[in-house]
Design a protein around this ligand. Structure first.
Ligand code: FES
Ligand code: FE2
Length: 414
């Protein structure tokens, strides 16, 4: 449970909010690179942290991200002409470059130098891992790009989808580290009782974010741990399942009541197979079923996520929702647009979430004190989620960070 103030702190990300200022200190995925397939192609609307923006690819092939509102009289730059290394508003022809500088103002007298004084808000972008990432914070505090493993593998080795979840980003994010929901929401139809519930929960703060250890008795002298990494400020690395590609998620706030969820699968050592990609899409039942021309899922709150009460009753499905993605999306949206955490009753199995919230609240304090933020060092992101055997207690806390770092072998990266 949180106080009303704490709940506001972790959920609000608009300009001027604490979490919003914190998030703007990191690189934020804005869209897929292939949504801007060629120089001077049509611009794309992007909503990030409550800001309405427009992305465009210039004649030179670079990506710009500007305020959707023209600084002249607020017309939408989405309808603009993308030409000769700039985006031109079609209302009165003002044109802006990648840095937001007005470079042409044909509606003013030729001798006027007014255009030099006008800028549109613009954010620097880089392209990594098939995505455009924006930095929306103060220029002098811009960090190096985080060395997240999946962003460094060749395009053939990764596959990503995205979909909109219609609730606050933190519901999705903390759901990603909720180890006990797997046994029910996703696997209740095949797991008898609570046999696979973790016996130990060990959340460990690190210099890049957190590690969440969930330990289960597995017959031997040591428990088997699933250790999942949270990378600041909204990434998760999924622990590898045998023979499967590795996975990652990102929960990017669009505004306080919706977020864009990216799901990435990748292999370090070889390209993904067609079967890998097919299974990934089928398993999530999301990307293949987005509404036409939309990133909203076909199964959504307007149709109760197409719940199948027969399958729920018969036990063929625990939830009646088809697919992990819809199960998360449906149940997390059902908590409300912004879940009211003042009325929760948290138990032992919620320890990860309690510590995740504390960590994020602490990170805001660190930022306000002007100290270095977690993840300031791009190399601190060189970790993998893992499954391993360790004794519980302090031994786990002390051993785990070096172990997840050691899992990343730089030589294996292209
Ligand atoms: S509103 Fe954009 S040029 Fe006038
Ligand atoms: Fe889930």
């Amino acid at each position: 449970m949180l106080t009303r103030e704490e709940n506001d702190l972790i959920t609000r990300t608009g300009p001027g909010t604490s979490m919003g200022i914190l998030m703007r200190r990191y690189w934020i995925p804005a869209l897929f690179s292939d949504q801007l397939p060629s120089p001077d192609c049509p611009p794309v609307r992007v909503k990030l942290l409550g800001e309405k923006l427009v992305a465009f690819r210039t004649t030179d092939g670079n990506v710009g991200l500007v305020d959707e509102r023209c600084p002249h009289r607020n017309a939408s730059m989405f309808f603009g002409r993308n030409e000769e290394n700039g985006l031109r508003c079609v209302y009165h022809g003002w044109k802006f470059d990648l840095e937001g500088q007005c470079t042409d103002m044909p509606s003013e007298p030729a001798e006027s130098n007014f255009k030099r004084k006008v800028k549109i808000d613009a954010y620097p972008c880089v392209e990594r891992g098939g995505m455009v990432w924006a930095y929306m914070g103060p220029p002098h505090l811009k960090p190096g790009f985080p060395a997240i493993e999946w962003t460094e593998v060749p395009a053939s080795h990764r596959h990503a989808t995205r979909h909109i979840q219609e609730c606050n980003w933190f519901q999705g994010f903390e759901g990603g580290f909720d180890a006990s929901h797997l046994t029910f929401l996703h696997r209740g139809d095949i797991i008898a009782g609570n046999a696979l519930l973790p016996k130990y929960y060990q959340p460990v703060p690190t210099d890049f974010g957190m590690l969440f250890g969930s330990g289960r008795e597995s017959g031997g002298p040591l428990p088997t741990w699933t250790v999942e990494a949270m990378l600041m400020p909204f990434h998760k690395l999924i622990a590898l399942q045998a023979n499967r590609p590795r996975g990652a998620h990102i929960w990017v706030p669009m505004d306080d009541e919706s977020c864009m969820i990216y799901s990435i699968e990748y292999r370090v050592e070889r390209p993904l197979s067609v079967a890998d990609i097919d299974r990934s899409i089928a398993w999530k039942y999301i990307h293949a079923e987005n509404l036409p021309g939309s990133e909203r899922c076909v199964s959504n709150k307007d149709n109760n996520y197409r719940i199948d009460r027969e399958r729920q009753k018969s036990g063929a499905s625990y939830t009646g929702f088809t697919g992990f993605g819809i199960q998360d999306c449906g149940i997390q949206e059902s908590m409300g647009p912004i879940s009211d955490r003042t009325r929760e009753h948290l138990g032992t199995s919620d320890i990860h979430l309690i510590q995740l919230r504390r960590y994020m609240l602490r990170a805001m304090k660190t930022m306000e004190a002007g100290d270095d933020l977690p993840g300031s060092d791009p190399d601190s992101y060189k970790v993998r989620s893992s499954i391993l055997k360790l004794p519980p207690g302090r031994a786990f806390d002390e051993a785990i960070a070096p172990l997840v770092r050691a899992e990343v072998a730089p030589a294996a990266l292209a």
